[in-house]
Ligand binder design. Structure first.
Ligand code: GRG
Length: 301
């Protein structure tokens, strides 16, 4: 496959960061030979099944843009991946999306059973908070701030759990654009925005830069979701590592179904432009943050 220059740039940035995140995750996760083995094996199965590590890369890249050293960012970056992986495990359960393929492998409950999958998701979530609260690279004040950001983004009333419930309630219903966007701002946007904000908080950037990064992060969240919806219609199980076409089969309103593919692509382009416009208000070099937005616009998985 031929990659354009922006993809080559993102790909080399992401490969190095992904390796550092994976090493840290391996160190932070409980070992598989430690009891309860089934739960620990299930946690590791889902975390290391693959995945782009998009949220940790965002924490690292925003933090480094504002001068934070990698060692201060790495544990928080991993916490985001643990919360994200917990959400995927629970989303795939029979009582939710009932899926048997994730990250190109059998889902956690298919491999380890439903009880172990629920417990693995729960334990990944609590481990995320254990890691941030115990991060001795950071002041206690920063740790509390990060915990507040992550818990609000992952929970209710405006975070991921709320978005998941609103999404389930909206199945088989006609919903308008505002409703669709509100669901996704909480279901996927809140955690992505929080990842960007946490990188900036660790770097102790100014409140005006933090507001700009929030704007950038929330446009990235929107862009991420629109391209996710488009890929569900246009891609294959092999490329995605998960079952495509599920949104239509579950009668879910998506950007593709509400707007049609062409207009959804235009909306993705608009969110990309808005993210890039936010970056122009930052006085540091933002090439890497631009590359993340470019990657999301053109991604294939
Ligand atoms: C169960 C509390 C709870 C929440 C679930 C995020 C979520 C909420 C469900 C996932 C369902 C889904 C496919 C949402 C669309 C956006 C999304 C999160 C896609 C998967 O994220 P990627 O593409 O996955 O970052 P990888 O595997 O690359 O990490």
């Amino acid at each position: 496959m031929n990659m354009g220059p922006e993809k080559v740039f993102f790909s080399s940035l992401a490969t190095a960061k992904r390796a550092r995140v994976d090493e840290a995750l391996d160190r932070l996760l409980p070992r598989e030979d430690e009891a309860p083995r089934n739960v620990h094996a299930a946690m590791r199965w889902s975390v290391f099944a693959g995945g782009k590590r998009f949220r940790p890369i965002l924490v690292l890249t925003v933090g480094e843009t504002f001068g934070a050293p990698e060692e201060q960012l790495l544990q928080t970056a991993c916490a985001f991946e643990l919360i994200h992986t917990y959400s995927l495990i629970h989303d795939d359960l029979p009582s939710m999306d009932d899926d048997d393929l994730r990250r190109g492998k059998p889902t956690c409950h298919v491999k380890y059973g439903e009880a172990a999958a629920i417990l693995a998701g729960d334990a990944l979530q609590t481990l995320a908070f254990e890691i941030v609260s115990g991060d001795d690279q950071l002041s206690f004040e920063t740790r509390v701030r990060l915990i507040s950001e992550i818990s609000r983004a992952a929970g209710t009333p405006h975070g991921m759990v709320a978005g998941q419930e609103h999404d389930l309630e909206a199945e088989r219903k006609q919903i308008d654009y505002q409703h669709l966007e509100a669901i996704h701002r909480s279901k996927t946007g809140a955690l992505i925005t929080a990842a960007a904000r946490c990188g900036a908080i660790i770097a102790q950037c100014s409140s005006s830069d933090l507001a700009t990064i929030t704007d950038y992060g929330s446009n990235l969240g929107l862009l991420f979701q629109i391209t996710d919806d488009l890929l569900d219609v246009t891609s294959t199980a092999e490329a995605l590592g998960k079952t495509p076409g599920k949104d239509a089969r579950a009668h879910k309103a998506t950007y593709a179904s509400v707007f049609g593919i062409d207009q959804a692509r235009e909306r993705a382009q608009q969110a990309h432009n808005d993210a890039q416009a936010a970056l122009k208000r930052i006085n540091q070099p933002t090439d890497n943050l631009c590359a993340i937005a470019d990657f999301l616009l053109t991604r294939e998985s």
